[in-house]
Ligand binder design. Structure first.
Ligand code: ADP
Ligand code: ZN
Length: 609
């Protein structure tokens, strides 16, 4: 076995690299710069941790978030890899001690925040230290094109240039459109980098969109079906976070909240409780998540539609990093479009000086919002839709997403269509989608009264439908070309010549309507399938207990997958235990005996077989 694979087994307990990992490791060891674009959960960290162990000297890992560094370093220490982090969470003494140890060559990896790179004390240290590699995590933060631009990332190329000899630079990201990719290479001054873009498909994620009458009820139903599992609920605003979190707590769920308006102390406490597993659900704005490494998140629910698919894929992708089945549910309502539109149009109002540039950006963002909205409406395969958006050709039918499993019914919507078209006509073709929907549903609001819309014969004609149903019928008429929308600030609806076919000439309008989604095949039980539940529960309990003693999250001890493997292989000796994927030398020494005893005790109970 070659050195990288030997170290992979010894420290992390894995018998081989995953696709992509091996290539990146080889290139780095050959002293090539690398840009690696891999989806969340693909195993980026291994790509630089193994080379760091093989190379002489020290690897610096630039990482954007303190919480991320802490988790990573804890994981490494448990795997017997000497590592440390240098950031503002350390006291002055701890910092000095870490730096001293670093000078003594005690670490193979040091995690730093980008801000740290340009401080005088760190530069002095770095110029004398044998730094062989700089690994940049979340590298898209260096790009102004991306969604998480961090000016401090621009310090990285200045830093590497200030070193006596330039280390190998490895950049990692999960979200990169070709533009952002180019920009990363340019901004980080990568030298003819090896580019690895691995497939974006996450086969263990189940995608689903619902357009419920009540999001609360839908959320409640979903969470009740996922009792005992860890999950995330994203909301678009702080106010929504507060309301949804309070609502869940009232209903007895173990839920906490996270948004930028909370005191930092509460924020990190809530986050920690979630990561360590004492709170089951975290309700958060998109401020939560970057750098959250928790691998056993079983679902991500979006209570509101995000502004683009990039954000959605990144946020939803926080589910199932451990490779076990996980569910990504988006609860859509047409009101989400309005919120996003508003946010997009507000952005840069105070800061952007170049009006033209700002207008261009807004246009670009609105186009992305449109693609996101189509995702919520499509009746085609959701996985295919996402992957195509990211430029990947795939099968058009995955057979395992909310749409592929849904039952659709061909419905005759002619009558509804006639009511809508006639309403648009009678209202003088002077109103937009929402006003028309209001009239058809018989709403009583200012606009209706002001324009005397309640006097129209179609007022209340579709009151039996939900607002979203009415809106989706209108959209269908737009798509099929019976209606069109004026461009400009007032997108009023008007009839096209073909509208007459439906109104007067007996043409029918039919469409596929989602009736239900088949949930008959929960994937989780299939995965656990062959493992004895009593043994699995016992090992989980042991893991929890050990994690608590060490003050680390449970997954740092062993992943769910590793526990399941133990249940299947039922090792009797430490040698056999080492064969289980996820058990390395250090963990065998630390935890081996306890787990072997637990397995043995279970075996006795089974009658000593
Ligand atoms: P990323 O940073 O790409 O989101 P991580 O580095 O956190 O992903 O890895 C995701 C999960 O995959 C972790 O639980 C990790 O231990 C596991 N993993 C990584 N590489 C391998 C491998 N070669 N074999 C088995 N599991 C692996
Ligand atoms: Zn599908």
């Amino acid at each position: 076995m070659d050195l990288p694979r030997r170290l992979l087994k010894q420290h992390f307990g894995y018998s081989d690299f995953r696709p992509g990992q091996g290539e990146v490791v080889d290139r780095l060891l050959g002293r090539w710069d690398v840009l690696s674009v891999m989806p969340t959960g693909a195993g980026k960290s291994i790509c630089y941790q193994i080379p760091a162990l093989c190379m002489e000297g020290l690897t610096l890992v630039v990482s954007p978030l303190i919480s991320l560094m802490k988790d990573q370093v804890e994981g490494l220490l448990q795997a017997g890899v000497p590592a440390a982090y240098l950031n503002s969470s350390l006291t002055e003494r701890q910092f000095a001690l870490a730096l001293h140890n670093a000078r003594m060559g005690k670490y193979k990896l040091i995690y730093v925040a980008p801000e740290r790179l340009e401080t005088a004390s760190f530069l002095t240290f770095a110029r004398e230290a044998p730094i062989s590699m700089v690994a940049v995590d979340e590298a898209h933060c260096v790009s102004q094109w991306g969604q998480d631009f961090r000016p401090s990332y621009l310090a990285i190329p200045r830093f590497t240039a200030a070193l006596p000899s330039r280390p190998v630079v490895a950049a990692f990201t999960a979200t990169a459109t070709p533009e952002v990719r180019e920009d990363i290479i340019r901004q980080l001054e990568l030298r003819e980098p090896f580019l690895l873009v691995s497939g974006f498909d996450r086969p263990n994620l189940f995608w689903e969109v619902q357009t419920p009458r009540s999001k609360r009820e839908a959320l409640l139903a979903f969470l009740s079906a996922h009792e005992g599992e860890s999950g995330l609920v994203y909301c678009s605003t702080r106010k929504n976070v507060e309301e949804v979190c309070a609502f869940l707590q009232e209903r007895g769920f173990s839920a906490t909240r996270y948004h930028a308006g909370l005191e930092p102390a509460e924020r990190s406490r809530n986050q920690e409780n979630f990561v360590y597993g004492s709170t089951q659900v975290i309700v958060a704005t998109n401020a939560f998540g970057m750098g959250i490494d928790k691998p056993d998140v079983r679902y991500v629910v979006h209570y509101n539609m995000p502004k683009d698919l990039e954000s959605y894929y990144q946020e939803a992708g926080r589910a199932g990093r451990d490779g076990d089945a996980a569910h990504c549910l988006l609860l859509y309502s047409a009101a989400d479009i309005q919120t996003n539109r508003f946010l997009i149009e507000q952005q840069g109002r105070e800061t952007e000086t170049d009006e033209e540039e700002r207008a261009r950006r807004i246009e670009q963002d609105l186009a992305r919002l449109k693609q996101m909205t189509y995702y919520c409406h499509t009746t085609d395969c959701l996985r295919h839709y996402i992957l195509r958006y990211f430029g990947e050709g795939t099968r058009e039918y995955c057979g395992d997403c909310g749409n592929c499993r849904a039952y659709f019914e061909e419905r005759d919507l002619t009558e509804d269509a006639q009511k809508i078209l006639s309403c648009v006509k009678r209202a003088g073709e002077r109103f937009g989608t929402t006003a028309i929907a209001d009239v058809l549903r018989g709403a009583q609001n200012e606009r209706v009264v002001k324009w005397e819309l309640h006097k129209l014969p179609t007022y209340g004609a579709l009151s039996a439908l939900s607002r979203d149903e009415v809106l989706s019928r209108i959209r269908l008429l737009l798509e099929r070309g019976y209606l069109r929308q004026q461009d400009g600030p007032y997108p009023t609806l008007e009839l096209t010549p073909t509208a007459g076919d439906i109104l007067f000439r007996g043409e029918k309008l039919t469409a596929r309507v989602k009736v239900s989604t088949d949930r008959a095949a929960p994937q989780l039980s299939a995965q656990q399938g062959d493992v004895p539940p009593a043994l699995y529960a016992r090992l989980q309990q042991l893991r929890q207990q050990l994690a608590k003693q060490l003050g680390v999250p449970a997954y740092v001890v062993f992943s769910n997958g590793t526990l399941r493997e133990m249940c299947r292989q039922l090792p009797r000796s430490e040698g056999e235990l080492l064969k289980v994927s996820g058990v390395g030398e250090q963990k065998r020494k630390r935890f081996g005996r306890a787990f072997l005893e637990a397995i043995e005790a279970w075996r006795q109970e089974q009658g000593g077989a």
